[in-house]
Design a protein around this ligand. Structure first.
Ligand code: FAD
Ligand code: DLZ
Ligand code: SF4
Length: 519
């Protein structure tokens, strides 16, 4: 055999770089289901099922299209449970002249791959992942000589480079960014369209049963399982979003509603991240809706900015700054992750609702991730590695290249401002304005201190007081610190005392129920 081409669970694209020049007469595809990829963090059971089911369906498609595939199933005899071991066994089976892979989305796996050539005593070619609109080299060239890596600058550059939403060299609709139009709360009584669900077929059913047998200790409801696991399904999900949700996506992008994590969001991140959809086709499809007059510019620009801007930017930043990126802890945050991040058992209704959504769906939308759980982790000083492991485990779309910059940089400000110009910190007033959580909460967002005060209120001010040495000179926080300085001393003391009491309770060990019972 000439080339053994290893395809990973988030590389399910027929135009994957590892497959370039593939000759079915000489080469073989290898796909392996391995336990190690499910347990290095506590992966949500729907996520494990989604990746394995998508892998099995992709192998079927590859075979139908003439690619020979050696597929190692999870329960196959001798499966040794990790990439390196399974590759070694496959090399012994097939005796290829060379192994070809596409670079992975997690530094952890890249570290493994870099050892394979010497481990296996065989040439191992690691090809660039060209499924992104900005290559690692292009990002490095953009970042070179810049002190600040601001997303907005990168995004404008990407608009010009790709021509997306550009007219005669100018931004379509007359502005680069319509973010100020994208901050409406959901009006009372307004219902978002139902999410498109996909009934599991026989292959997916088998995988669900397998995950049930092997991962009962993992977080998250396994069923109902409604994810698409093929490219055709992912395209249906995209079409549903374009016709039903995109026109109002912009208006309600930041809105939150109890029990409704999907609202007008696209729910396509898992498909993009495992390779069932491409960033280019998704952006083109959204722009076509604007051109046809079916969706307004604030919606389409807002959506394109998430993919052409944020998604490409965090990926570029991750590879540009790793492996050092994850080691920073600018705010010296050290508190352990509270048990309620898993159980949802807290009186803070916004946090309980977000954990509940996460547990049921392996999904919460951006503002829940950033302004509820992320905001709490920031204000309470939770330690970055534990928070990062939580996000990497619980969300169906989480792979480290996208999870880490969003958590370490955007939510926790642990990188000291590489990604964001100021921490995304907010008090209860913001959450009350953007959601319906507070009405059903035991706390009151209008009360600043005392037993009925919303914890986000005193934690917000306490955070700025405690981190004044690191944040006080930030121009974007000048107003916050002016307000703090105007605060009556008595009130400031009450804020600090309430925060200390709340945080001390957080530090008390919770008698955790057995994981099996809880998850
Ligand atoms: P929509 O709101 O419909 O947005 C459309 C697409 O834009 C998404 O599918 C996604 O591909 C892209 N996008 C939007 N925001 C971002 C962003 N900040 N970074 C990268 N891409 C973005 N996204 C992940 O894909 N994986 C993660 O592990 C992840 N972790 C996050 C952790 C935190 C703390 C925060 C604040 C955000 C995180 N995000 C992550 C970004 C964002 O929350 C999700 O991409 C989004 O919620 C996915 O749902 P959707 O497809 O309905 O997105
Ligand atoms: C997430 C995941 C899981 C749960 N299982 C597998 C697997 O069995 N085999 C596989 O090839 N990939 C899996 N993945 C995706 C990998 O974790 C992902 O490819 C790496 O983290 C690199 O981004
Ligand atoms: Fe969350 Fe505070 Fe509102 Fe309760 S009152 S839901 S804790 S923001």
């Amino acid at each position: 055999m000439r080339n053994l081409v290893l395809i990973l669970g988030d590389q399910l694209s027929e135009d994957l770089s590892a497959l370039a020049g593939f000759d079915p007469a000489l080469d073989l595809v290898l796909m392996v289901e391995v336990r190690a990829e499910a347990i290095y963090v506590n992966k949500h059971r729907q996520k494990i099922a989604f990746v394995l089911a998508a892998m099995r369906h992709f192998a079927v498609t590859l075979r139908e299209h003439g690619f020979p595939v050696d597929y190692v199933h999870f329960e196959d005899e001798g499966n040794c449970g990790d990439f390196t071991g399974e590759l070694r066994r496959a090399v012994a089976r097939h005796k290829p002249q060379r192994v070809i892979v596409t670079e992975p989305g997690e530094w952890r796996v890249l570290d493994l791959m870099r050892n394979w050539q010497s481990d296996l005593d065989l040439p191992v070619l690691i090809r660039a992942d060209d499924r992104f609109l900005c290559s690692r080299e292009a990002f490095a060239a953009w970042a070179q000589d810049r002190k600040l890596f601001r997303m907005e600058h990168f995004y404008r550059e990407m608009r010009k480079r790709t021509g997306l939403l550009m007219e005669d060299g100018k931004p379509a609709g007359g502005a680069w960014n319509f973010d100020t139009e994208n901050r409406k709360a959901l009006p009372k009584g307004k219902r978002a369209p139902p999410r498109l669900r996909f009934a599991p077929d026989a292959i997916t059913r088998e995988v669900i049963d397998l995950v049930d047998r092997h991962f009962s200790q993992h977080f998250g409801d396994l069923e109902p399982f409604g994810w698409a696991v093929t490219r055709a399904g992912a395209l249906d999900a995209l079409a549903h979003f374009l016709s039903e949700c995109l026109p109002e996506f912009g208006d309600y992008q930041d809105a939150m509603k109890a029990g409704e994590p999907f609202l007008y969001h696209s729910i396509i991140s898992p498909y993009l991240n495992v390779g069932l959809l491409t960033a280019r086709e998704v952006c083109n499809a959204a722009v076509a809706e604007w051109v046809a007059g079916r969706a307004p510019i604030n919606a389409v620009e807002g959506f394109v900015r998430q993919i052409l801007g944020w998604r490409e930017y965090v990926r570029g930043l991750y590879f540009h700054l790793m492996p050092r990126y994850r080691q920073s802890n600018h705010l010296a945050a050290g508190r352990p992750l509270p048990w309620f991040f898993w159980s949802g058992e807290t009186e803070m209704n916004c946090v309980a609702s977000t954990v509940r959504d996460t547990r049921q769906h392996a999904y919460a939308h951006h503002i829940q991730r950033l302004m509820i759980t992320g905001n709490f982790a920031l204000l309470a000083g939770l330690n970055p590695p534990e928070v990062e492991a939580w996000y990497l485990g619980v969300y169906i779309d989480a792979f480290e290249w996208v999870e880490l910059p969003n958590v370490h940089g955007m939510a926790l400000f642990a990188d000291g401002g590489v990604l964001a110009s100021k921490p995304y910190a907010a008090s209860g007033a913001y959450i009350d304005r953007m959601s319906d959580y507070c009405g059903a909460c035991r706390y009151d967002p209008r009360v600043k201190t005392g037993p009925s005060a919303c914890p986000f209120n005193f934690l917000y001010w306490n955070f700025h007081i405690a981190n004044r040495d690191k944040l006080g000179s930030n121009q974007r926080l000048a107003m916050v610190y002016r307000n703090l300085d105007r605060m009556a001393e008595e009130h400031r003391n009450a804020v600090v005392a309430d925060a200390a009491e709340f945080l001390a309770k957080l530090d008390q060990p919770t008698p955790a129920p057995s994981q099996g019972e809880l998850f």
